[in-house]
Design a binder for this molecule. Structure first.
Ligand code: ADP
Length: 704
């Protein structure tokens, strides 16, 4: 018994324990063969856990059998001998095929059957009652050992499973592209997933060395930031806390969570830089567009673009633009003030235009962007061999990477957008280059628009200046001409009246011609002056709701003597006295007088001149028609232009200079109306003055 106890106490491993059970108990009862049938988890069947000295085929036969096959329900030792009546089953028959007495020892733990130990004595031996106590003791010892082995095995299994689960988890965490790490309550790194390890390696840290180091000591710039706050709060309150942070060490954006875990805090962070950059670019472009819409000044636009890049996209930015002389020069720098100042100094000392291999020129000429992601003395010197001081400057300013992107709009390269990083841990990537290209593409459109707008503005201002100069000139000249003309009139009259002595008939006739020419000239000059004033915006309008009839009547009374003199008939329809228009009465009379004068001028004796009003709800058209020479179709528009006359030849001496219609149309339009013409060559013309009609309502009357 003591031997058995010792034999069962030694081994720990399940297989060794069950083997020890079978061997030691076989030895204890001097059995030839022994086997341990272990109850399966289902408690409905057995399997052979260990068999010693049984023939292989027998073991194979009974490898697994139903629990009911063994008579163990009593919990008592069963003895199968020649005279035994202990039931009949395949398992028992198999055992009995081996001669001699067999013992079946039920093994129980906590009153539960866990197995059956079979011991075959090999001889027909009767088991004496006093032996039974010993056999029961063997069963008890074996049961304890088996239970211990089973527990041990289960514990090992559980541990294996836990390890497996952990490995699986780690594998999963390693497979994700998001960063995951665990730190303890003091912030010491416990472990990282692969993405986190890669991230540290990329940024010059050895992740293995970081283990056990406190995050906040290693990366003090994180203290107080969103991730730090999230970790602290998750620790304090034991809840998961989300954070959203821009890295203070790299050019990246993170969205993540800090989760309380048994070891401390698990941090999960996703790099959302691309999305954020896209958002920032969109925002930047929206801001830039808004700013550009406010001022369409190209230089301001450029400065705006440059400023917008810092610090969201770069630490330093510049815009280079090709000037009118074809030379490229910087027009805006943005970044830290002292750096910007250094760059301007450098440009004064050694302009970029004089450094042909500068990447600005390359980007400009090739029309493609250039990324220098490894700024060092060697890389810069290789790029720009003729100006070693550029490498000095780049290193002095701590530049780590540079981007040069051409600004192309409508197929023309306007300039180059340049950006640089100055942060040791941050460099432009090919992805940044794409972003910069998109920014450049849109900026170029803005810049182009701003330039076009500026050019249009310049052209307009120039045209305005020219027009103003012309008007000023005309005004001055008209005035300067009128003074001596008045003098001519005065002195001629003096002579005519004989105040300077007697004048004969012929001289009087000559003086009359002088006076006539003077009047004509004065008329022309007045017209010129009128037009100049109108063109220069110097004419004041007093627009009211006025009745049409009195205006027409007043004009007709002025022109009728001329018509009579020319032998023309005048048909004037009676115009409704209540017809009101929105106009300046004096200007309307001027227009009508001009139209009537022309009608008289261009209609031969015997012809007819007419005036009538054509009205609808909103408009009044005053039609001045004649049966005169008419106007060729191709001249119908040009006659409204200043100084245009249809039959102007040097030989024809005509009244007027071709300004009457130009003035009249301007006046009509200034009153919200128009002046148009219809004509048939040789048959006559009809000019229509369009005016805005008003209705005499109580309100109108009151208003007036
Ligand atoms: P002006 O009469 O001083 O030459 P206007 O501007 O009044 O200048 O007219 C421009 C030209 O239009 C005239 O020279 C003439 O050829 C043509 N024209 C104007 N009114 C008539 C008309 N009623 N019939 C035929 N031609 C006309």
């Amino acid at each position: 018994m003591q031997h058995l106890t010792e034999a069962l106490a030694r081994p720990l491993d399940y297989v060794e324990v069950i083997e020890a059970i079978v061997r030691a108990s076989s030895q204890a009862v001097t059995a030839r063969a022994g086997a341990l049938f272990e109850l399966n988890l289902d408690a409905a069947s057995f399997h052979v856990a260990c068999a010693i000295n049984y023939p292989d085929d027998l073991i194979q036969e009974v490898d697994s059998f139903a629990a009911s096959d063994l008579p163990h329900s009593s919990g008592e030792v069963v003895i199968l001998d020649a005279a035994g009546t202990a039931g009949d089953s395949a398992a028992l028959r198999a055992l009995r095929s081996i001669p001699g007495t067999h013992l079946l020892l039920p093994l129980s733990a906590a009153d539960e059957l866990i197995g059956v130990l079979a011991l075959s004595l090999g001889t027909d031996r009767r088991i004496l009652p006093n032996e039974l106590g010993f056999i029961r003791a063997i069963a008890r010892q074996s049961a304890v050992a088996l239970e211990r082995a089973r527990l041990y095995q289960r514990e090992r299994q559980a541990r294996r499973e836990a390890e497996f689960a952990r490995a699986r988890l780690e594998e999963t965490l390693d497979a994700i592209s998001d960063q995951h790490f665990v730190c303890d309550a003091q912030g010491r790194y416990v472990r990282f997933n692969r993405a986190a390890r890669d991230f540290f390696r990329r940024n010059g840290y050895d992740p293995d060395e970081l283990i056990d180091k406190v995050i906040w000591d290693e990366f003090p710039r994180l203290v107080g930031g969103p991730m730090h706050q999230a970790v602290q709060r998750a620790l304090r309150e034991g809840i998961p806390v989300a954070f959203d942070a821009r890295s203070r060490y790299t050019n990246s954006w993170y969205e993540g969570h800090a989760y309380p875990v048994s070891e401390g805090i698990a941090v999960y962070a996703r790099d959302v830089t691309e999305r954020r950059q896209a958002e920032e670019v969109t925002q930047f472009l929206a801001d830039a567009s808004a700013a550009l819409a406010q001022s369409l000044e190209p230089d301001l636009a450029v400065a705006e673009i440059s400023r917008g890049l810092v610090p969201a996209f770069a630490d330093l930015s510049a815009v280079f633009v090709r000037g009118d002389d074809g030379k490229i020069r910087p027009v805006a720098f943005a970044g830290d003030a002292h750096v910007v100042q250094r760059l301007w100094e450098k440009e004064r000392r050694r302009p970029i235009a004089t450094i042909p291999s500068h990447p600005v020129h390359l980007a400009l000429e090739q029309g493609t962007s250039i990324l220098v992601d490894d700024v060092s003395r060697e890389s810069i010197t290789r790029l720009i061999p003729e100006e070693p001081r550029i490498a000095d400057l780049a290193l002095e300013l701590g530049v780590t990477s540079m981007l040069y992107v051409p600004l192309i709009a409508r197929g023309r390269t306007l300039g180059v957008l340049a950006a640089a990083t100055r942060n040791e841990r941050r460099r432009f990537t090919p992805r940044d280059r794409e972003v910069a290209e998109e920014i450049a593409r849109r900026s170029a459109i803005h810049l182009d628009n701003a330039r076009l707008f500026a050019a249009a503005e310049r052209a307009r201002a120039e045209a305005e200046r020219a027009s103003q100069a012309k008007s000023d000139f005309l005004a001055v000249m008209s005035h300067e001409l009128r003074t001596p003309l008045n003098a001519i009139a005065g002195y001629t009259e003096l002579l005519e009246l004989g105040l300077r002595g007697p004048v004969n008939e012929q001289q009087i006739e000559d003086l009359r011609r002088v006076r006539q020419s003077q009047r004509h000239l004065l008329g022309l000059i007045n017209e010129l002056l009128n037009f100049a004033r109108l063109d220069a915006g110097g004419v004041r309008f007093e627009i009211h709701d006025i009745p049409v009839a009195p205006c027409v009547a007043a004009t007709l009374s002025l022109i009728e003597p001329q018509m009579r003199a020319r032998g023309l008939r005048c048909d004037a329809d009676a115009i409704d006295g209540t017809l009101l228009v929105h106009a300046d009465a004096e200007k309307l009379r001027q227009i009508l007088l001009n139209l009537f004068s022309n009608a008289v001028k261009y209609t031969a004796t015997g012809g007819r001149v007419a005036i009538q009003a054509d009205t609808d709800e909103e408009r009044v058209r005053l039609l001045v028609s004649d049966t005169g020479v008419g106007i060729p179709a191709d001249k119908l528009e040009t006659i409204f232009e200043p100084f245009v006359q249809v039959n102007r030849t040097l030989s024809t001496v005509n009244d007027g200079v071709g300004l009457g219609l130009a003035i009249s149309r301007d006046l009509a339009r200034a009153m919200g109306g128009d002046l148009t013409v219809e004509s048939q060559l040789g048959r006559g013309s009809t000019f229509a003055v369009h005016l805005r009609r008003v209705h005499a309502s109580a309100e109108n009357t009151l208003a007036r």
